[in-house]
Design a protein around this ligand. Structure first.
Ligand code: SDX
Length: 429
């Protein structure tokens, strides 16, 4: 029997269908609400509003569950590669060896930038934030591949565009870093795999080849996998909304990069390390920063804590924390910021303010410490998040565009401005 709910509005009873997901999540389908009642719903920040149905990622914030296409993130982070996890998210199944090889080869082929794109780096300020350049260059790929801008691209064209984005995001990011430190570009190589190629482009120089350390590759592989998708977060919802107008994939992803840049979202990993450095400079006075975050009159927040969905531990934070300790032990690194982070986490978890609000460390709390240990500058941390999130953004754009029921996103509003009034000529103001 189809489940329904009843709503009584101005004495009239209205029924609306209930939709139940494969994990028994329940949603009230209000697509006919305004037509039936002239009412709309209002939900600041969409905390109670679903924008779509999706089969890509399932997360349960209360239980700290995260699965890509049904497979627990813990297994994927331990056993898979970032390229394989990207294939799983985009195409829905783990690839056969020949499919994986073909997918990986497309990244090798698409890694180099069009020579004319190198001019972007010459004109950009070396101190400019890399997320601005990443968003601009991702969108500008549309200028170099106009054949991919059809409002209704073919499956092959989406596949080719996806390979462009998944591969070139590394090259653009590495070249942005090289520009910021005044070093020559190190081009991608055909003999290196996804992450090793990125590390080589980032850290080799014309004089000295970077020595690829498998410990570093393993830590970065886990980080990229853990960032690969997270259902309808701010940046993924942005990609879906922009794509819902039939904007091309380059433009949609570019918008996602901008949304991710915000310090409340993907920019938080940069802010976490800056916060830990502030605590260190301030003599390690953790309680001072906790009290500041608790002060109702102060907008200050402890970066890396809290989450719209996770009201328990973010399962990614648990894995990343362990990866940080493993990496530091293997590389013989002693980073005082890790000590501060561990002490801060312990103090926060004991504090009623955070416990009452169910504020736990999120994916951004420890990730920056790993990036820092690898030698990636703080300002590049959100860029690392974007490299990781690229397959998720693409998977959601593709799912939305392939769904015949998808419509252009156009929310309503409740108007709270002036009621009707007349124009007043200048002399009368
Ligand atoms: C990511 O959505 C996703 O899935 C995102 C992400 C992904 O993979 O895509 O997981 C990645 O963005 C992780 C979040 C990274 N951001 C941060 O670490 C920034 C710090 N965190 C917060 O700003 C906040 O927790 C958010 C933005 C993450 C969530 O905000 P919500 O859900 O809108 O919660 P809220 O702002 O309504 O806060 C509820 C209460 C408030 O206090 P009261 O008004 O009830 O007294 O909790 C407080 C907030 O002041 N609070 C914090 C806090 N986070 C929330 N207080 C101090 N420090 C914090 N970090």
């Amino acid at each position: 029997m189809d489940e329904k709910v009843k709503m009584i509005i101005e004495g009239q009873t209205h029924e609306f269908p209930v939709i139940t997901g494969t994990e028994n999540e329940k949603g009230i389908d209000i697509s006919k609400l305004r037509g039936q009642t002239s009412y709309i719903t209002l939900d600041n920040g969409f905390g109670n509003t679903g924008s779509c149905t999706s089969g890509i990622t399932f997360l349960d914030g209360e239980k700290g569950i995260l699965r890509y296409r049904g497979i627990p993130i813990e297994q994927i982070a331990e056993k898979s590669s970032f390229v394989e996890a990207s294939y799983l998210l985009i195409y829905g199944e783990l690839p056969h060896q020949d499919e994986l090889d073909k997918f990986a080869l497309s990244f090798t082929k698409q890694a180099p930038l069009h020579p004319d794109m190198l001019g972007f780096f010459e004109g950009y300020p070396t101190a400019g934030h890399p997320m601005a350049l990443l968003s601009a260059m991702v969108c500008s790929l549309a200028g170099y591949y106009p054949e991919l801008l059809k409002p209704e691209p073919s499956e092959e064209e989406v596949k080719f565009t996806s390979a462009q984005l998944l591969s070139k995001v590394r090259t653009i990011s590495a070249y942005t870093y090289k520009t910021s430190i005044g070093e020559s570009f190190i081009p991608p190589r055909d003999d290196l795999r996804y992450i090793s190629n990125f590390l080589n482009m980032m850290f080799s120089t014309k004089e000295k080849e970077y020595k690829i350390d498998e410990t570093v590759v393993s830590a970065l592989r886990a980080l990229l996998i853990l960032h690969a998708d997270h259902e309808q977060n701010c940046s993924t919802s942005t990609v879906r909304l922009v794509g819902s107008s039939w904007a091309n994939l380059f433009a949609s992803i570019s918008a996602g990069v901008c949304a991710l840049w915000g310090p409340l979202h993907g920019g938080a990993n940069q802010k976490v390390v800056e916060m830990l450095e502030q605590i260190q400079v301030d003599g390690g006075n953790i309680q001072k920063f906790i009290d500041k975050a608790k002060d109702p009159d102060d907008h200050y927040r402890l970066m890396g804590f809290g989450h719209r969905v996770y009201k328990n531990f973010d399962p990614r934070a648990t894995i990343i924390k362990q990866k940080a300790h493993d990496l530091f032990d293997k590389m013989g690194i002693h980073d005082p910021l890790l000590d501060i982070a561990v002490k801060l986490e312990e103090a926060v978890l004991k504090d009623d303010y955070f416990a009452e609000r169910k504020l736990y460390p999120n994916v951004d709390f420890y990730s920056g410490l790993i990036y820092k240990a690898i030698g990636i500058p703080t300002v590049m941390f959100p860029v690392m998040f974007a490299i990781g999130r690229m397959p998720g953004w693409i998977a959601h754009w593709k799912e939305m565009r392939e769904n015949p029921a998808s419509k252009i996103g156009r929310p309503r509003q409740i108007y709270t401005g002036h009621t009707e009034r007349d124009y007043v000529p200048m002399e009368g103001r």
